[in-house]
Design a binder for this molecule. Sequence first.
Ligand code: F6R
Length: 607
Amino acid sequence: MCGIIGFTGYSEAKNVLLEGLEALEYRGYDSAGIAFFHGDRVNTIKTTGKVSSLRDKVLLSAETMSTCGIGHTRWATHGGVTDTNSHPHTFGRVTLIHNGIIENYHELELELADAGKYPVSQTDTEIAAMLIDSLYEGDAIAAIKKAIARLDGAYAFCILFSEEPEVIYCIRNGSPLVACHAKEGSVIASDMVALIKYSREYFVLPELHIARLTKENITVTDLNETVITPKMLYVNWDVTAAQKGGYPHFMLKEIHEQPESLRSTIIPRIKNKQLPDFSADGIPEQIFDGINRVIIAACGTAMHAGLVGKVMMERLLRIPVTVEIASEFRYQDPIIDETTLVITISQSGETADTLAALRLANEHHATTLSVVNVKGSSIARESDYVLYTHAGPEIAVASTKAYTAQLSCLYLIAYHFALIKGTITETECISNIEELQSVIPAVEKTLDLAEDINKICANLKDKEDIFFIGRGLDYALSCEGSIKLKEISYIHSEAYAAGELKHGTLSLVTTGIPVIALATQSGIYNKMISNIKEVRAREAFVILITNGNAKVDSSICDYHITLPELADNMAPFTTAVVLQLLAYYTSVHRGLNVDQPRNLAKSVTVE
Ligand code: F6R
C-alpha cells in the first residue's frame, strides 16, 4: 500500500526520494509524487503511473538543487487515480504526504468549507493538509497536535511547513514509519526497505509521537512535548536482500530463498538440536499454563498458514483451535478470555484487520502471541509475545517465503506447547523436531522441480478457471495454492475440500478444466484418489501432487508431480513450494507483472 519517504540532509534530495520510492514500489501503488524545498519555496512534481514516469518528469523539470523533501507512492482509496489526487498535497503553508485513511474527512471538509476553504482533489489527505494549515500560527508542533485531536482514522504523515525550510515533521497513528540518521542526513520511510541503503540501525516512530527531522538529527517528542529516546532496532539483512540478485522477479528469488529462511527460523529455536526452546525470544513456558483454547487470527496467506497450524495444534494439544479471518473476527463478538491464547500471524506486522483483532484480544485479557516477519512492526509491539519469522524482506506482493516460515513457527509452537502440556512425550517431541528439520533439504530438492513445473504451466496459461482440491492438510494447502494463482495470474480459481465437490461444485468440472489435486496424506490417500476419479470421469485436466513414493495409477492424471519423501505432516512445506512455482510460471507465461499484481498491495494498512 502507499509508500512514504522523507529526507533532509547533505545530498540531492530528489535522488534520495526517487530511489526511496523505487525501493517501495513493491508495496503496490498507482501514482507517485515528490515535493522538495527550493529555498523557501516548495516544488511539487507528481504523476499517475510508475515511479519511472515520475523520474522522467523530474528530469524534465528545471534543474533545482534541493536537500530536503518528501515522496509518496499512492494506492487510491479516496478519489480516482489522477495527478491531482496524487500526493504530496499542498494547502497554504503546508505540504504533506499521508498513508492511511482519515475517516471523518467529510465532516472536516464541511467545516473548512464554512470558512471558505475548498480542496482541489477528492482525497481525505488534502483535507488533512487544509486542517493543519488552518490551525498553524507559526508553531508546527502546536498545529500538528491540534489537528490530530480532530482526526479519526489511521495515518502516517510527513509534513513540510514553508516557513521552516529543510525540516520535516512526522506523526503516525496506526500506519508505520521508521527512521534513521546517517552520514547523508535524516531519513524516514514507511518501511525499512527504503532506509537500508543508509543504515541498518533504525527506530520505529512510536504512535502519536512527533519526529522533527533536520540535517543534523531527529528529535522525537510525545504529545506533552517531552523529548524521548526511541528504542533502536537493527536489521540483520543488507541492501542486497532487497534486490533481485540475478532472478527475473522477486517472487522467484523469494521462492528460492525458502531453505535459508526456514533454516534461520527453525534452527535457533532448537535446544541442543533436540527440543524447542523460545527463551531467546523472551517467551516463557508459563504462557501456556491454563490455556484451554487457541484462536488464530490473520488475513490471506497468513490465515492459510493458520489453517495448517490448526490441524497440527489440535492433533497435538487436544484443545479447540479455531482460525479466524481477522476482518470478520472483530465484528463477531468472539468468545475470548484469559484462558485463550490468541495467535496473530502477519508478514508485514501492519495489516490493519489483524492488528484490530489483536487489540480486541488484548482488551479481553487473552494471552497474545504473534508470528511476524517485520521487526518492531505494530503487531509485534502490541502482542504480549512475538515469535519472529526470520524470512528477511519479502518484496513480491505474493507471499512465499514468509508463508513457509510462518508454518515452521506454528509447528514449533505446537510442539513446544504440547510438550509443556504433556500431550506429547519428550521422545515424541525430539522425533517431531527431527522431522521439521528434514523439511529444509526437502524444500531445497523441491526447487529442482522448477523447470518441470514451468513446462506444465504452459497448459494452464489460457485457462479461465482452475480448481484446487485436497483433504485435511491438503485442503489448507489448496486454499493457499488457489490464492497464489489467482492473485498473480488473474485466472479464476477455487479451492475445495475434495469430499465437498459432489455437493455442488462438480457441476463446474467439464472437459479440460484443470484440477490441481493434492494427495500427500497417506491416511486419506485412497479417499482422495476416489475424488480425483470423480473429476477424471468428467474429463478434467488433472495435475496430481503426491508425497514421496505414493503408488499412482497414471491414468488418473495428465501430470504427476512427486514431492521428496517426507513425513505426512511435513508435506505442506514442499507442497507450498510446488504451488508457488505453479502460480509463478503461469503468471510468467501470461506475460503479467508477477511482483506487482494489479489492485493489490503488499502491506494492507486499511480496513
Ligand atoms: C497473498 C498475500 C496476502 C497477505 C495478507 C496478509 O500472497 O500476501 O494475502 O498474506 O494481505 O498480509 P500480512 O501477512 O502482512 O498480514
